[in-house]
Design a protein around this ligand. Structure first.
Ligand SMILES: Nc1ncnc2c1ncn2[C@@H]1O[C@H](COP(=O)(O)OP(=O)(O)OP(=O)(O)O)[C@@H](O)[C@H]1O
Length: 541
């Protein structure tokens, strides 16, 4: 684990400003430490040798202490604000990047692990900014100033500190290697715990039905235990390494003290200089020791930020930028030899697929489960990039167009439509935010959802609605757009025969081009053409 990840500075502007501010505060703190030691040594020597304590020394000492307290407060305030700014910057960047990587990438990630990373994971960066980084700056500024000043009074003591001081970073680096592995293990254990828990909670009704709820409780216990063991391991390591660093620093200070004491007795060193060296010696080691201690507190945050960079460094697909997207109301679409392979799969999900989609026609895609029907829709929407083959509109490959403008040509109802918390009307309006209540009502009626009230709550992921109702709300959301092509993945699943017939009739009445993934005979029969995915041949209905 690097003491300071340059990517953090590169990605978050707030971190750069903070580091610059910390260096200024670090230099000022170093100066104040030396001034404080000089004043203390002068004051104590005055009392011991002359029996007097100058008021100027007392007041100056008080001023230095107040100034140090103010610097500490300033550092804390700036650090907390920086941590908040960096976390929100990283969160925004990860969300933006995930959106650009698209649904195909997201489906390969564990959403619960990503959620944990963006919430609790990044919160672990607080101690990194509030404690570790300021201490790291102090560790690289204060010892230099302190040793330099010591050298002006006692070269031998300064030499002793100079020789023993590097031992601390060497031990810290050794401990760092071990800590890194521990932190990764802990982050992994936390991610496993998060998605295991999320899976169990979402599957609780099924588990109860099959009488497996108790055994899952045992599994959750096991995963929790693994997280506990990993956390305890990290704590053990933190305590042990603090012990080692404290011991090293104490022995080093003792070495300096013995030398100073002997020379003081021999009369080779004045009392004031000896006091100055004795006061300053621990100050040289303190920032390094503290850095070691804070390193553990922030290791989890750094591990989380590494995970963030893994996401941010996932290369984005090359996106087209042409804005002259043809109007698919009048332009046919051609899919030629389209082959799509998902990462980590040995066989392509869709192989050598050909299709012509003419304006206004209703085409049904059929084929066995897993044949690649949904993948055809994903390829049209640009969510997956074909490994081979091309999608062409008006003589131009679809991937040359700006994807946002290209997708405006389509309205999509996926197999599992994502509904947001809010009312039915809110969800339908996602298709056209300015739609009036009347237009929302009409879209719902056309989608066969006449019985649904506009203000009915849909709940999280549409959980307050039945499966069929969710699909019809999603269908209404697609219909209310003015997209010329409808891509509908089993739009009538969960509907009874009458409702299905009504939906099919109203789909036709819109006059738009529709590509339907269809299993049910009524839907297949209603299409102008049926294309079997996986068969590479067109069947006319
Ligand atoms: N994100 C993904 N990552 C890896 N493999 C995937 C992904 N999505 C789909 N697949 C695989 O690609 C193949 C085609 O999937 P697709 O969903 O297109 O099939 P489908 O014909 O729509 O199936 P169904 O009728 O069951 O919905 C399947 O073998 C599936 O396991």
């Amino acid at each position: 684990m690097k003491p300071l990840d340059p990517r953090l500075l590169r990605r978050a502007k707030a971190a750069r400003t903070f580091l610059a501010g910390s260096v200024l505060i670090g230099v000022a703190t170093g100066l104040l430490i030396v001034v404080q030691a000089v004043l203390l040594a002068h004051g104590i020597a005055g009392v011991v040798l002359r029996g007097e304590l100058a008021a100027a020394v007392v007041w100056s000492l008080a001023a230095v202490i107040v100034a140090r307290a103010l610097l500490l407060w300033l550092q804390e305030v700036v650090a907390q604000r920086t941590a908040a700014a960096v976390k929100s910057t990283l969160r925004r960047q990860v969300l933006d990047h995930s959106l650009k990587l698209g649904p195909a990438w997201l489906s390969g990630e564990r959403s619960s692990a990503l959620t944990t990373l963006l919430t609790k994971g990044l919160d672990d960066l607080d101690p990194y900014f509030a404690r570790y980084l300021p201490q790291l700056v102090l560790a690289s500024t204060v010892p230099a100033g302190v040793i330099g000043w010591m050298a002006t009074g006692d070269l031998l003591a300064a030499g002793t500190v100079l020789v023993t001081l590097p031992l601390i970073p060497i031990f810290m680096a050794l401990i760092g290697w071990v800590t890194q592995a521990h932190s990764r293990r802990r982050q992994h254990a936390l991610a496993v715990l998060a998605h295991h828990f999320a899976d169990v909670v979402s599957g609780l009704p099924t588990l109860k039905l099959f009488g497996r709820a108790k055994s899952q409780a045992v599994a959750v216990e096991r995963v929790t235990d693994r997280h506990r063991v990993a956390s305890m391991g990290s704590l053990r390591l933190a305590f042990l390494s603090s012990l080692v660093l404290e011991l090293l620093a104490s022995i080093s200070v003792a070495l300096v003290a013995v030398g100073v004491g002997l020379r003081l007795v021999d009369g080779k060193l004045g009392l004031e200089t000896a006091l100055l060296v004795l006061i300053l010696a621990p100050e040289a080691y303190l920032p390094l020791r503290q850095v070691g201690a804070q390193f553990h507190a922030s290791a989890d945050g750094v591990a989380a930020s590494e995970e963030v960079f893994r996401v941010l460094e996932t290369p984005l697909p090359v996106l087209g930028d042409r804005t002259d997207v043809p109007d698919l109301r009048v332009t046919p679409l051609h899919l030629h030899d389209v082959t799509v392979a998902y990462a980590g799969r040995s066989t392509p999900a869709l192989e050598g697929f050909d299709l012509e989609l003419w304006p206004g026609e209703v085409v049904a895609l059929t084929g066995p489960s897993g044949a690649g029907k949904s993948t055809v829709l994903a390829a049209l929407l640009g969510f997956v990039v074909p490994e081979r083959g091309v999608i062409v509109a008006a003589g131009t490959a679809a991937d040359e167009f700006d994807p946002v403008l290209w997708r405006q040509q389509f309205a999509w109802v996926p197999q599992r439509p994502g509904l947001l918390v809010g009312s039915i009307a809110d969800n339908v309006r996602l298709g056209r935010p300015a739609a009036s209540d009347l237009q929302v009502r009409q879209a719902l009626d056309t989608a066969g959802a006449a019985e649904l009230e506009l203000e009915t709550a849909v709940g999280e992921q549409g959980k307050l609605l039945s499966g069929g109702q969710r699909r019809r709300v999603a269908l209404a959301r697609a219909l209310i757009t003015d997209a010329p092509v409808l891509l509908l993945d089993e739009p009538t699943a969960g509907l009874d025969a009458d409702a299905e017939a009504a939906v099919v009739a109203s789909l036709r009445a819109t006059g738009r081009t529709a590509l339907l993934v269809a299993h049910r005979p009524a839907l297949i029969a209603a299409a102008d053409r049926v294309v079997e995915v996986g068969a590479r041949e067109l069947v006319t209905a």
